[in-house]
Every structure is written in structure tokens, then in C-alpha cells.
Design a protein around this ligand. Sequence first.
Ligand code: F6R
Length: 241
Amino acid sequence: MQLTIFKDYHTLSQQAAGEVIALVKHKPDAVLCLASGSTPMLTYRLLAEKALAQKVDFTRCIFIGLDEWVGISPENEGSCAFFFRTHVFNHINFSASRIYLFNALSGNLAQECATMNHVIEKNGGIDLMLVGVGMNGHIGFNEPGTSFELYSHVTQLDETTTSVGQKYFKEATALTQGITVGLKHLLESKKVLLLANGNKKAGIIQKALEGEITDALPACIIRQHTNSIVMIDEEAAGMLV
Ligand code: F6R
């Protein structure tokens, strides 16, 4: 694991976008597994700008959506699918046939997980995973207590996740379960970028990077990955010893 501390959110996002561009230039059919959420929003905007300026083509890439709220429609503004359409697909030329998102309305979520696992495997694994970290230390919807050995799975959401998650929705929304790519996928990804910015993430970043490695705090798994970069701004680094 490598730790890089940037002076601010913009510089961090520039660097993260640059990492994705560099990979896709080198490997035009890269398998990318990306998070939604507030953290990577600027990264995706800058990624779109760089892709346009540098004529980087994403049409051969595979896009894997990291997670989704179970029972939430892709038309709901708070869904991860809506986020990806708004912040990624409307600006970067991914091929529709190479985009894989969990269908969280499916009556057979186990099949959704099996399909995602199969897509990842048949395409040779994930080349780059770009993730954020939740206020409870989750990655994707791998909540505290999740085994590092799991691939895609359905999860019972933690109270922190269901309350913090309200920020994505226009109105109060019942959130109980999530469907997510697993931590085993993260460990097997060729490269992982973990992004965090702002004072509010300082405590969880300190625990993830300096505390005990335990499944009670999923984000600490990043230290077990040999090709991961933790990219944080000075505020998020504020409690590191
Ligand atoms: C979203 C996701 C979540 C978020 C995390 C941080 O797809 O996987 O794990 O990355 O909750 O969210 P933000 O970036 O909104 O602080």
C-alpha cells in the first residue's frame, strides 16, 4: 500500500483521474470497477475532461458498478445507477453492452451476484478498482464484520450507512440491504485506489491505516493489497500520527 496525501480535494481528484486515464491508454480493454458517492464525483468530471482532451477511448473498457441499494430503482436519483448515468456515462464513451450494474430490483439477487462474479472472472479480473470509504469504514457495501473472503453478495446495511445514505435521496428513503462486489474481488484486483477527502473522514482514515487489521473495519483491507494507493487530502489525513 502506498499513501499519498494531497493538499486538497481538487489535486487528489486530478491525480485519481490521471491514474484511470493512464491505465486505459495502456490497456484500452481494462476492467474498471468504480464507486459512486460524493468522493469520486470530481474525479469523474476531471476524467471526462481528460478523456476528451487526450482522446482516450473507453468503448472497449468493461465497467463494473461497485454496488447498489437493494429495492431502489435505477430511475431513483439516489441510486448508484442514476449516479453513474449522470456523472460517468453521459460524459465518457463507455459502450452500453460493456456496462454491468447490479439490478437491485431483481427477484433473484443471488443470481445477480453470480452474474457479476462471472463477468469479472471471464474478463480476467478487475484491473482497477476505485473506491471511497464510508463513515463506518465500509467499502462498497461491505459493512463492518464482512469477511475478506467474500465475492459479490447481498448485505444487511449498517445503521450508519442507512442514515448517512439519506444524503443521496431527495426524500427519506427506507434502506435496508445492499448488493455489492466483495472484498475478495478487491484483494484480487490488479490495482486499487481508495479515495477520501474532508475532515469528516479523518477519524475513519486514521483507524483504517493505523489501527488493527480486522474485518470490523473493512477499509483496513487496503493495507493487505500490494498494489493499492490511498489518496487522501490534508483534511482526511488530519488525524494520522
Ligand atoms: C458507493 C459506495 C460507498 C461509498 C462510501 C463513501 O458506491 O460504494 O461505499 O464509497 O459510502 O461515500 P461518499 O463518497 O459519499 O462519502
